[in-house]
Ligand binder design. Structure first.
Ligand code: GNR
Ligand code: NI
Length: 170
């Protein structure tokens, strides 16, 4: 198992729509294991494959990732099949460092997909779990939190990052 490099804004892979996984083989399971290691190492409460440079529809989520014996949820080709309510709350993203933004999301979601063995799973989630699932599925569609905030805040963030990049290059 290995900790992978997390791609940061404005990496191209973060803007692409990821491809469905056609077959769950050793390579995909290895990717999943490495994504779990990377999420816990960061630490984060979720991770999507595009964040480690792989444009495939795989996510891992563990909202208790800081606790001792928590279990990661793995979803391949996840789809939101039902939503309920709308709620705004603060989010961060490992691929958008130094950005916390209030994002409106469904309060509850039903998500269907496959687990790491290819078995059908259906998850009903609310609270932070529902938020994390929606955030990770956004990544699979090339959407990051900057796409879900006001244009003004997005521009401010862009400027902050380009100044910072100019500084490290000097
Ligand atoms: O670690 C993370 N925390 C978080 C907090 C609120 C809402 C969403 C998240 S996901 C984020 C990890 C990440 O960037 N996953 O893509
Ligand atoms: Ni993220």
């Amino acid at each position: 198992m290995a900790v992978l490099e997390i791609k940061k804004f404005p990496a191209d892979v973060l803007k692409q729509k990821a491809l469905p996984v056609e077959q769950i083989d050793k390579d995909i399971q290895k990717l999943i294991d490495n994504m779990i290691d990377t999420m816990y190492d960061a630490p984060g409460i979720g991770l999507a494959a595009p964040q480690v440079g792989v444009s495939k529809r795989v996510i891992v989520v563990d909202i208790n990732s800081l606790e001792e014996d928590s279990e990661p949820v793995v979803l391949i080709n996840p789809e939101i099949t039902d939503t309920d309510g709308l709620i705004e709350s603060e989010e961060g993203c490992l691929s958008v460092p130094e950005c916390v933004a209030k994002v409106k999301r469904a309060e509850k979601v039903v998500v269907k997909g496959l687990d790491r063995d290819g078995k059908d799973v259906r998850i009903e989630a609310d609270g932070l779990f529902a938020r994390a699932l929606q955030h990770e599925i956004d990544h699979l569609n090339g959407v990051i939190i900057l796409d879900r905030i006001s244009q003004l805040k997005r521009e401010l963030y862009r400027k902050k990052i380009s100044k910072k990049m100019a500084r490290v290059q000097r």
